[in-house]
Design a protein around this ligand. Structure first.
Ligand SMILES: *[C@@H]1O[C@H](CO)[C@@H](O)[C@H](O)[C@H]1NC(C)=O
Ligand SMILES: *[C@@H]1O[C@H](CO)[C@@H](O)[C@H](O)[C@H]1NC(C)=O
Ligand SMILES: *[C@@H]1O[C@H](CO)[C@@H](O)[C@H](O)[C@H]1NC(C)=O
Ligand SMILES: *[C@@H]1O[C@H](CO)[C@@H](O)[C@H](O)[C@H]1NC(C)=O
Ligand SMILES: *[C@@H]1O[C@H](CO)[C@@H](O)[C@H](O)[C@H]1NC(C)=O
Length: 682
């Protein structure tokens, strides 16, 4: 009965809608009219359906003004705004973005929908090519990830020619990760490729959307952000591995995964292994919802639950009359390229870490690519130690400079290196592939314990720095000097920082009172006095002697080593003669061994907490609280150059000493890469 009446209703609907000139009946099924209801509750969706939801919102003028004002004002605390208008060589071609002017342009631009506005803001920030300075709105970024099951790699053949390939392990990785979706892709392939996804493993990619693969690589490099060096941004297109807290992970790369559902299909022309004729076919993208998304039923609840500021967006007043809820996580943590840190350590230990709209990968590295030999004692979280006995080489695989516990990471780095030495290691490889930074003092610590006590490691094992000294920051330090921070909670509290001679500032010292004036790209700017280090004395005693000869130490990565990872790599390379090896890039493009140096990073929520706690929310330059689910990162301190102490290290060249080719044999295989590094370097 019911079935029949439904059927007749449908028939009625179809016949009515077929009649010319008749309006559609108002069938009250919200899925007809509400594109966010269409995808509600689904794990996988077509990217076009997700886009239909995302583009269904008009720009809210109040939210737009709020985002632009908050973003513009927080940039007063970012050290590099004026430098980035036109970076010096070698990065002049890579970094030339006047972000303040671009935000003004956006202010005057009309957008068809809220997603278009978001993309313009996000990409304008990305043009800075600085992984610290990123605008993210969790309403859109990473709410869905857009996938195809074909991660790519960049390989060099025996004659030295380089080609783009589908990763040899593509099917194994994607079948395991996308077990509930892989049949969709199997069935989407045409002809005798249907059901035969595995046969694409290792295939040479001749064309992507009808163009040479390097065109697609460079189109992505132009908008991906995060790193100054072109080679590093090119490498982001390809798959790679990473040592995460819970195990070895596989990073699909930006060809096979996107943080916004912008592509529906890609057309590939490939040559399969053992075939003589190229084949052309299209592969559809599929969008998978993030585990961080809050469930919704329709447009209104989508917007309310995912797009508005949360308890972690805007920081807190540490001195509010009702004490702040200390279990609330600052919403920036979700985008930081490091494992979750205990809230206590997060407050106590300064960080230098990049932000990424794509959450850190939790895709498992296939077992055949995981280093087989058991890790040595001292292996903990992101730090794993291996001893390669045939070559008496120790390996430290270090995926981040942060772990859940600062103290445990610090101790285990020492224990692990001592164990390698005890096992017989005479030389050391530090693999920092995809290491986005972390605790600044862990970077100093690792430099110090490898190298021993000497003038380059004591008392300063990192970089001297400066902070921006704009009026609102100066008002914060003045308020603290007048007693605004009795419990020493604030970042700007002088007791956290040191004079250029490395002795700590006294309590109540107003360290921004006398700004240092500079003119950068024709803009007048103001900075703090030169700041020394605050890591030493370390909380545990380092051994006096070097654990390894720094000249028999190499730092290895795909170039995607940022922030605290840069602090470590640069000091080892420039001060200690440690060689830097980068694998995988194009041999016609210079490979930087690190990027996004900074000195210390922070974010909107943290600075807003400073403003609130110092009772300066009423200051004319104070940013408004975000109304939206937004995050902005900034560089808060900028490191001075090692060889050029007048200029920031950020704009210095960091060319790899050795550029290692990837082949079918070593790609995405850490142990094989380490063995090739040993052959190439030691
Ligand atoms: C359709 O449903 C919505 C929400 O459930 C309701 O507000 C609206 O009045 C309904 N419209 C009709 C024509 O029944
Ligand atoms: C945007 O434009 C309006 C109108 O000209 C202006 O009042 C406002 O200050 C601008 N906002 C920003 C962030 O530039
Ligand atoms: C504090 O925040 C947590 C996490 O957001 C929440 O579960 C808890 O209910 C909050 N406590 C209070 C007292 O508001
Ligand atoms: C290295 O270790 C492997 C496995 O434990 C062992 O078979 C091999 O003999 C060792 N080689 C040397 C040179 O000690
Ligand atoms: C470091 O410099 C400060 C400021 O110039 C000075 O007051 C302090 O005495 C110096 N400390 C040492 C140990 O030289």
């Amino acid at each position: 009965m019911l079935a029949r009446s439904l059927a007749s209703l449908v028939t009625l609907f179809l016949s009515l809608s077929a009649l010319p000139g008749l309006a559609l009946p108002s069938i009250n099924d919200s899925r007809v009219s509400d594109p966010c209801a269409t995808i509600a509750g689904q794990k996988w969706a077509a990217p076009s359906d997700v886009r239909a939801c995302f583009t269904s919102f008009r720009v809210d003028p109040v939210e737009k003004a709020n985002i632009l004002t908050a973003s513009t004002r927080i940039l007063d605390f970012h050290t590099s705004t004026n430098y980035q208008i036109r970076a010096p060589q070698p990065f002049t071609a890579d970094v030339h973005e006047d972000i303040i002017r671009d935000l003004q342009r956006i202010n005057e631009t009309e957008y068809e929908n809220d997603l278009d506005l978001h993309i313009d803001i996000s990409r304008s920030f990305k043009k800075l090519n600085d992984g610290h300075v990123v605008y993210i709105n969790y309403c859109y970024d990473g709410l869905y990830s857009n996938f195809i099951p074909l991660p790519l790699v960049h390989l060099t053949d025996k004659l030295g020619f380089q080609h783009v390939h589908i990763a040899p392990e593509a099917f194994g990785v994607t079948k395991a990760e996308f077990h509930d979706q892989i049949d969709f892709w199997q069935n989407a392939l045409p002809g005798d490729l249907k059901g035969n996804l595995e046969s694409l493993n290792g295939a040479k990619v001749l064309l992507i959307d009808g163009k040479l693969p390097y065109v697609a690589v460079d189109e992505n490099a132009a908008i991906t952000g995060s790193f100054q060096g072109l080679g590093t941004r090119q490498n982001s297109f390809f798959s790679s591995y990473s040592r995460a807290a819970g195990g070895w992970t596989y990073v699909l790369g930006q060809f096979a995964s996107q943080s916004l559902p912008l592509s529906d299909y890609v057309e590939l022309t490939i040559l399969r292994e053992g075939k003589v004729l190229p084949e052309t076919f299209t592969v559809p993208f599929r969008s998978r919802i993030s585990t961080s998304a809050v469930a919704w039923t329709d447009s209104a609840s989508f917007r309310a639950k995912n797009c508005k500021a949360t308890a972690g967006t805007n920081g807190v007043d540490y001195y509010a009359s009702s004490p702040p809820n200390t279990t609330v996580q600052d919403s920036t943590a979700r985008a930081q390229q490091q494992p979750k840190i205990s809230p206590d350590d997060l407050r106590k230990h300064p960080l230098n870490v990049i932000l990424d709209a794509t959450p850190p990968s939790d895709i498992t590295l296939p077992p055949e690519l995981v280093p087989a030999s058991p890790p040595l004692g001292g292996s903990y979280s992101v730090a794993q130690f291996y001893y390669l006995n045939e070559t008496q080489t120790g390996v430290l695989a270090l995926g981040s400079f942060s772990a859940a516990s600062f103290a445990d990471l610090q101790t285990n780095l020492l224990v692990g290196l001592q164990n390698l030495k005890a096992a017989g290691a005479k030389q050391l490889i530090v693999d920092v592939t995809n290491n986005g930074g972390g605790f600044i003092c862990v970077a100093h610590w690792l430099h110090r314990i490898i190298t021993g006590a000497k003038s380059t490691t004591e008392p300063q094992a990192g970089l001297y720095t400066e902070a921006r000294d704009q009026p609102l920051a100066r008002a914060i330090t003045a308020a603290i000097a007048n007693g605004a921070d009795p419990e020493f909670q604030l970042l700007y509290n002088p007791t956290n920082w040191a004079f250029g001679n490395n002795s700590l500032f006294p309590e109540k010292y107003d360290w921004l009172k006398d700004p240092v004036r500079k003119v950068i790209n024709d803009h007048e700017d103001f900075f703090s006095q030169k700041l020394g280090q605050e890591c030493q004395p370390f909380s545990i005693d380092p051994p006096a002697e070097a654990l390894f000869d720094p000249k028999k130490t190499v730092v290895v990565s795909n170039g995607r080593c940022a922030s605290s990872c840069s602090l470590f790599s640069i000091t080892m390379n420039k001060l200690e003669g440690t060689k830097a090896v980068v694998f995988g890039g194009r041999n016609t493009v210079k490979q930087q061994y690190c990027g996004t140096v900074g000195g210390q990073s922070t974010n909107f929520a943290t600075i807003n907490s400073e403003i609130k706690s110092a009772k300066l929310k009423g200051h004319s330059l104070s940013p408004p609280d975000f109304l939206t689910n937004s995050v902005v990162g900034i560089t808060w301190r900028l490191g001075f150059g090692i060889w050029n102490p007048e200029q920031p290290e950020e704009w210095e060249d960091h060319p790899a000493n050795v550029h290692l080719d990837l082949t079918k044999e070593n790609v995405n295989n850490p142990l094989a890469i380490w063995n090739d590094v040993i052959k190439a370097v030691f």
